[in-house]
Design a binder for this molecule. Structure first.
Ligand code: ATP
Length: 237
């Protein structure tokens, strides 16, 4: 058995005096497609921010590739090979599509077949058409594609997507799922937070159900499908 790529253990994170994570624990192995599923406000985004160094946990442990991420600033976490597609996309509004893609691109992790502008444009042809447009002038779907392309251009060993299909039209949403299926097939390690449970059940290997800042259940798609009462209880579907 190889060690997990990402190991989150008993993490506690607070906003001031308000505690949001109460012993959050999960693991992601190389090539695995993992989800964090739960109702709004249960701590999924706080978990992602704790991993990325955007929030400082007050307890627990976070290891990536055997190395502690605790107290590392976000830019160091990104350099170590975690790429984030953040909630709300957060593309650079005053940069063009092309500039957004190259602004943070790198191959520090030494990927053998690194992402290039051409590969991102092949994945999302719409971005090529909009290459010279400013981030601010893109549709929501185009911004989401740009946020994914920007993260891929850092050649992340682990790609994390926080609500990547939220608020998108069904066709664009489908395009994002098709993209993620392709990435999975290519061996990309992925953590996804999303409300489209049916798509997650089709795509993911392992699910973690999150309730009040901790994981209350984890297992495969097959075992989650076999227990619809879990989704009913923890997601309300
Ligand atoms: P959502 O899908 O709504 O983003 P989530 O599962 O990602 O939900 P979090 O955003 O991590 O949940 O929120 C976890 C808890 O932390 C909630 O109780 C939320 O109100 C609280 N919280 C989140 N951001 C802040 C903040 N900036 N300041 C104070 N409390 C916060």
């Amino acid at each position: 058995m190889t060690a997990p790529m990402l190991r989150v253990r008993d993490v506690e994170t607070c906003y001031g005096t308000s505690q949001a994570l109460f012993g959050m624990s999960f693991e992601v192995s190389q090539g695995e497609f993992v989800t964090l599923i739960g109702r709004n406000g249960m701590g999924k985004t706080t978990t992602v921010k704790s991993v990325m160094g955007l929030l400082a946990p007050r307890g627990g442990a976070i290891e990536f590739g055997g190395r502690s991420l605790m107290r590392l600033p976000a830019y160091r976490v990104a350099q170590l090979g975690i790429g984030l597609v953040p909630e709300g996309r957060q593309v650079f509004p005053n940069l063009s599509v092309r500039e957004n893609l190259v602004a943070t691109s790198n191959n520090r992790v030494g990927a053998r077949d690194p992402w290039t502008l051409e590969r991102v444009y092949a994945l999302f042809p719409r971005l090529k058409e909009r290459e010279r447009n400013l981030g601010a002038n893109l549709s929501g779907g185009e911004q989401q594609m740009l946020a994914i392309g920007r993260a891929l251009m850092t050649n992340p060993r682990l790609l994390i997507l926080d609500e990547a299909t939220e608020g998108l039209a069904p066709l664009i949403r489908q395009e994002i799922w098709t993209c993620l299926a392709g990435l999975k097939k290519a061996g990309q390690t992925v953590v996804v937070i999303d409300k489209n449970i049916a798509a997650l059940l089709r795509l993911a290997d392992t699910h973690y159900l999150v309730e009040k800042g901790r994981v209350v259940w984890n297992g495969t798609s097959a075992s989650l499908k076999a227990q619809p009462e879990l989704l009913h209880q923890y997601v309300g579907v």
